[in-house]
Design a protein around this ligand. Sequence first.
Ligand SMILES: [Zn+2]
Length: 379
Amino acid sequence: MVKMGSAFNLGKLFGIQFRLHYTWFIIFVLVTASLSWQYFPFAYPDWGQLLYWVLGIVTSLLFFASVVTHELAHSLVARFYGIPVKSITLFIFGGMAQLTREAAHPGAELRMAAAGPACSLVIGGLFYLLWLFTQGVVEPIAALAFWLAQINVVLAVFNLIPGFPLDGGRVFRSLLWRFTGNYKRSTQIAVWVGQGVGYLFMLLGILIAFLRPFGLDWFSGLWLVFIGWFLENAPSSSYRQAQWRDALHGFSASQVMTSGYPGVPPNITVNQLVYGYLFAGGHPFFMVVEEGRLEGILTLDSIKAVPRQSWDVTQVKHIMTPAGKFNVAYPDQDALNILEQMEEKDINQMPVVSGGRVIGLITRDNLIRFLQLRSELGV
Ligand SMILES: [Zn+2]
């Protein structure tokens, strides 16, 4: 699986965090170099070096802007269907939008998946128009527009390959899902097809690298092997999400919560909390409870924010996050829905409340342990 850890933030657009993975620089340099060194000099031999490089860099940047727009199209449709988008990351194979959950019905998934390639086709069409109008008038602009028109069409077509996790794989799954009504089975089939396509790409890549047909070089072959490897590995996380969904289906909060939760009274001091509860119990999270009523929650961060010398005089009720300012779960609430909320808001625990009284606690660890136990028992 491709790890998206080493990426830095570019900023926010439409409330979505944009990130740049370090592998993006590799592909940016490769695209720019191949444009400035090969493509433009070969097509327009009488231009100057400076023009090749300026044009190469601008074309390359516009290409990545096209990729971002493609991901943005997915994200905006996802948001329309109530699926929040955490971030869009640009990396070596293009862009990836991180959705917090999967679509709730096949129609939503179909539109979400198709939005990207459709957007790329539109961008391709716009660059084609630009090429029509600038051709023979402003030749460098026309050259740039022509390459971008082509690459956007390639992007749309490549993404429509019916293997998970490509957009085409999602379209394929949504259709299977619609006709079979079985989400897990449809995902499994789309994952198999995706892995099959991955192996096919690797095989094709190896053949191209050794035989070099149609003037293709070993590098194109290697590239195809890389893409195949990515396709073969990437589906696992989507599949895991599908399995979770299946395993949690039909369970309510009260069935997956723990009742041995760490509760503390509101009037103890931070000192008493740290030495009497934190060190003794080892939980990094507390619920502040008075006569069964949930007054607030305390995390390690809120404790750390209090300077050492004030521990003796500060009561926990003054540093807790008061009730109403955090998410709580209800006993009948769907367990899957709770896990999705936790993923979405990046929280690790949720008190379960009934009629204002705390009856238990759900932690992400608990949920994951629950899933593991179920799969080990095969029930
Ligand atoms: Zn896409």
